[in-house]
Design a protein around this ligand. Structure first.
Ligand code: 4AD
Length: 457
């Protein structure tokens, strides 16, 4: 009751407060500012002192409220996640004290913008560290406010920027192929069908075929477009919708392609580790992270099969040794990558376990000019290959795969009207982020993950 009578007012004799975001506070030390944001943490120390850690999406700021300022009704009933505007002067924290940015806001006036509920309905009762994963995914709109989740999404944004800078500097053009398509790229079993004005259409599995159509028009191209796969299995690294970063280049050799993938990954990661903002976020999430160096280990599929057999890894179906021609499933692939514990460019997969468009090598018709880049803790993050570029070879490849070429007329035209050796790759953005931020699953590496049984929020 007493508190309802405590009223505070802004002291008009103070210098006018400049509105700033938390990431820009350093330049305003010693000056009067106002900052708006969410109450990230709240702690009262007796009746005369209150600490708020304010969050505004750009950073965190420790704020201290003294005396009358923490005795108002709003102060006594303040809850976590309420929005407030705080006015005051930024002061360096005394030696030996810790605060984000090394300073705190000594508040002289403040206002509540909106109160978040307390009691049973409090945000802290909706989700907490012990909530099970399905609750966390249902409440993801609130989970995103957490320090680690927002850091992962910021790393993601900075990573996409670094990739775009890399492609811009190395002369690729960004293109935006359609998501609604009538062709498949990576096999019929993972296609999402949808009715399309009385016709059948699919959600794209990969923009690769469209990128290939751009070579003769724009030279080297890349895209960051969603790809969709109806993956039936629940795994740590599969999503139904993922961000697919794909690039395509004309007049290159398979050896060039391997060098390009390696160069891109090394350059982008170095850029992220050189930039103070991304470096700090990555090390917060993944303290031991070290950027990979040039000279990635290169290993043929055939030698991976040998490696698995030498290390006693057996096929899950029948407990037998792996044979040439077997697909290497997720778990053995991971075991090998984690054991070797460095990036691996795994090459020369047999044709039958790979996509229809991959050409056989000249030396050995049983294997293709194909590559996967494997990273410790995640496994495959990139898949790429050269493309069959001679018309009759392509028609034969479609026939072998049992694909009717009629909806692919625009693709087969490429091998008719001035073809050339070319190749490219696709990188799973969420897998790349899971690797650099050391997340358990790719589901934490996108805003709102889509996987079987989950299509909201
Ligand atoms: O190996 P994939 O299937 O290759 C292609 O789609 C080629 N057409 C790409 C190209 O050459 N342009 O997929 C490429 C990468 C994988 O290495 C993986 O990182 C990611 O895309 N990926 C997935 N990420 C999350 N969830 C899924 N269901 C994924 N499927 C593939």
């Amino acid at each position: 009751e007493e508190s309802k009578k405590v009223v505070i007012e802004e002291d008009k004799s103070l210098p006018a407060a400049t509105k700033v975001t938390i990431n820009k506070t350093r330049e305003h030390r010693g000056k009067r500012i106002k900052v708006s944001g969410w109450v990230h943490r709240l702690r009262a120390q007796g009746k005369e002192m209150m600490f708020i850690v304010l969050r505004d999406g750009t950073g965190y700021l420790q704020c201290v409220l003294l005396g009358k300022l923490c005795k108002t009704y709003d102060a006594i009933t303040l809850t976590q996640e309420s929005t407030v505007t705080l006015y005051g002067t930024l002061q360096e924290v005394p030696e030996g004290k810790n605060a984000p940015g090394g300073h705190e806001l000594v508040v002289d006036y403040w206002q509540v913008v909106h109160k978040s509920p307390g009691g049973d309905d409090a945000v802290t009762n909706k989700v907490n560290a012990e909530s099970d994963p399905s609750v966390l995914f249902s409440q993801r709109h609130l989970v995103l406010r957490g320090e680690n989740q927002s850091a992962v999404l910021k790393v993601r944004a900075l990573t996409l920027r670094a990739f775009r800078e890399y492609f811009f500097k190395t002369g690729y053009t960004e293109v935006n192929p359609p998501c609604l398509v009538q062709t498949m790229v990576e096999g019929g079993s993972t296609l999402f069908h949808l009715p399309y004005y009385g016709e059948d259409a699919y959600l794209t599995q990969s923009s690769q075929l469209y990128l290939e159509t751009c070579l003769a028009s724009m030279g080297s191209v890349y895209t960051i477009t969603p790809s969709f796969r109806a993956e039936k299995s629940h795994t740590r690294r599969h999503l139904s919708e993922f961000s697919h970063l794909e690039a395509e280049l004309a007049f290159i050799s398979f050896a060039d392609l391997l060098d390009l993938i390696e160069d891109m990954v090394v350059t982008v990661v170095n850029k992220l580790m050189d930039d103070p903002e991304s470096r700090e976020l990555i090390l917060q999430l993944n303290p031991g992270f070290v950027a990979p160096k040039h000279g990635f280990r290169r290993m043929k599929y055939e030698d991976a099969i040998k490696w698995l057999n030498e290390h006693g890894v057996k096929r899950e179906e029948d407990g037998q040794d792996f044979q040439f021609g077997d697909d290497i499933p997720e778990s053995p692939e991971r075991f090998m990558t984690d054991t070797i514990n460095e990036p691996i460019l795994l090459t020369h997969f047999p044709g039958p376990i790979k996509s229809f468009y991959m050409p056989a090598t000249e030396e050995n018709p049983r294997v293709t000019e194909s590559v996967d880049l494997l990273m410790p803790n995640v496994g495959e993050i990139v898949g790429g290959s050269m493309r069959i570029w001679k018309h009759q070879d392509l028609i034969d490849a479609f026939a072998r795969a049992g694909i009717d070429t009629s909806s692919y007329y625009w693709y087969t035209d490429l091998s008719k009207y001035g073809s050339c050796p070319h190749g490219g790759f696709g990188l799973g953005v969420e897998r790349f982020i899971a690797w650099i931020t050391n997340r358990y699953t790719v589901k934490e590496c996108c805003l709102y993950p889509r996987f079987p049984g989950r299509c909201q929020p």
